[in-house]
Design a protein around this ligand. Structure first.
Ligand code: SAH
Length: 248
């Protein structure tokens, strides 16, 4: 029986891929994915059969994966980061209902949230929430409700899909919601091209983040009132100091 593996490549493939992901890619004769991610692994595995479909053709891409597996070969469907975080893992299970004879296995990867956090310092040390600003699959009103609830609840926030050509002002709108509950000088940060060529990051106050344009290859972090800038890095304390005080 052949298997469709859904493989998270980590934020930039290469060094940030897990050993298990690498082994699966080596073992599968067919590798499928969105064009950008295929380009990330093509050089490393020149002998493979590569198949890709553009963005917004995800269902077709999943069907292609199963059709290749039906031919009797193992298939790797690659995603950036973790395949189960705004990735293809769920859709593969849904499309897989039509192919009960094919096994499905998910290979986890480093997601942008933790990959970017390591670049910024240690922003996610305490409870945090991940919210996507993409309204392709979620109505904007619902995204606003979630932002509002998370802002109120005091989470550190990690924003995926913070911008696109059509949605230039969504980050600004999100910041406006946070400014209702957090100080304008709340420490925030963003990382562009995590683990890829051109990786850059910036740490900045919430009121400046509001005025900043970021692109879709960026992950944004909004701190809590405890988050600080330490040695040029963004750090949310876990509260050790308070624990010490309690003991004393
Ligand atoms: N499955 C992916 C997320 C896909 S959603 C994961 O687990 O990381 C796409 C969003 O993820 C982007 O808009 C961006 O916000 C974030 N992202 C993914 N890869 C990134 C990278 N290398 N650098 C910065 N942000 C990234």
């Amino acid at each position: 029986m052949s298997t469709v593996y859904v493989v998270g490549l980590g934020p930039g493939a290469g060094e940030q891929m897990t050993v298990r992901a690498e082994k699966i890619l080596e073992a599968c004769p067919v590798i499928l994915g969105y064009t950008v991610y295929i380009d990330l692994v093509r050089e490393q595995y020149p002998e493979k059969k590569f198949l890709s479909t553009p963005m917004k053709q995800e269902v077709k891409r999943c069907q292609m994966a199963f059709e290749e597996a039906v031919k009797g070969q193992d298939v790797a469907m690659v995603c950036s980061g973790d395949a189960g975080v705004y990735g293809m893992a769920g859709l593969i299970y849904e499309v897989g209902r039509e192919y009960p004879e094919i096994k499905i296995e998910i290979i986890p990867g480093i997601t942008a949230a933790t990959g970017g956090a390591a670049v910024l310092g240690a922003p996610l040390m305490h409870d945090f929430a991940v919210i996507s600003l993409s309204d392709l699959l979620t109505p904007w009103e619902q995204i606003e409700e979630r932002l509002e609830a998370a802002a109120k609840a005091g989470f550190v926030i990690c924003l995926y899909n913070p911008s696109s050509k059509k949605r230039a002002d969504y980050l600004q709108k999100a910041c406006d919601i946070f400014l209702k509950y957090r100080r304008p000088d709340t420490i925030c940060g963003f990382v562009k091209n995590i683990g890829r060529e051109g990786e850059t990051y910036q740490i900045l106050p919430l009121e400046i983040l509001r005025e900043t344009a970021v692109d879709m290859f960026t992950t944004v972090y909004i701190g809590t009132e405890k988050t600080m800038e330490l040695n040029g890095k963004m750090v949310t304390p876990r509260g050790y100091r308070e624990m010490k005080k309690e003991k004393a």
